[in-house]
Design a protein around this ligand. Structure first.
Ligand code: MG
Length: 170
């Protein structure tokens, strides 16, 4: 039995993951406008991952016979002052998502909801990766982004990122 409180939090997480996709598409659009298509690609792929996360939360609810309510998505901030700003906003956002998933985990734990805990385990690990990735984007930009050659190399590296489906299958 999954409690009303946990159901509400799971449903809200669907919206948060879709918003993550939306936010990263806004980042992608910023970089593509700047001519940094590799950075644009990196965030486009990230947006696909976020959609995958949203779908996993939805599938988990569907599999457990829980009603899903799709809420309106917030409009993401679409203007950025410089190439570093989206990267820092991205790290801040991932920390917010980590905290949100930990809160669901804590609620499930308090209610001995082991099924939800097992489902969330994958996301706990995934969030550690997401934060590491976001930190790397920032440190790469700090180290190499100040020269045109460095930025060119980073842009090429990020152009190579491809979308792979999540390892979690429900
Ligand atoms: Mg996510």
């Amino acid at each position: 039995m999954i409690s009303k409180k946990v159901v509400k939090m799971l449903n809200e997480q669907i919206n948060k993951e879709f918003f993550s996709a939306y936010l990263y598409l806004a980042f992608a659009n910023y970089y593509i406008q700047r001519g940094l298509n590799g950075f644009g690609n990196w965030y486009t792929v990230q947006a696909m991952e976020e959609r995958d996360h949203a779908m996993l939360f939805m599938k988990y609810m569907q599999n457990n016979g829980l009603p899903v309510t799709l809420e309106a998505l917030e409009k993401p901030e679409g203007t950025y002052q410089n190439d570093m700003e989206p990267l820092k906003a991205g790290l801040e956002h991932e920390r917010f998502i980590t905290d949100s998933i930990h809160q669901i985990y804590a609620a499930a734990l308090a209610e001995n909801d082991y099924r939800t805990i097992k489902f969330l385990d994958w996301f706990v690990t995934e969030q550690a990766e997401e934060e590491t990735n976001a930190e790397e984007l920032i440190s790469n930009m700090e180290l190499f982004g100040n020269s045109s050659q460095g930025l060119y190399a980073l842009n090429n590296e990020y152009a190579a990122r491809v979308h792979t489906p999540p390892s979690l299958v429900l």
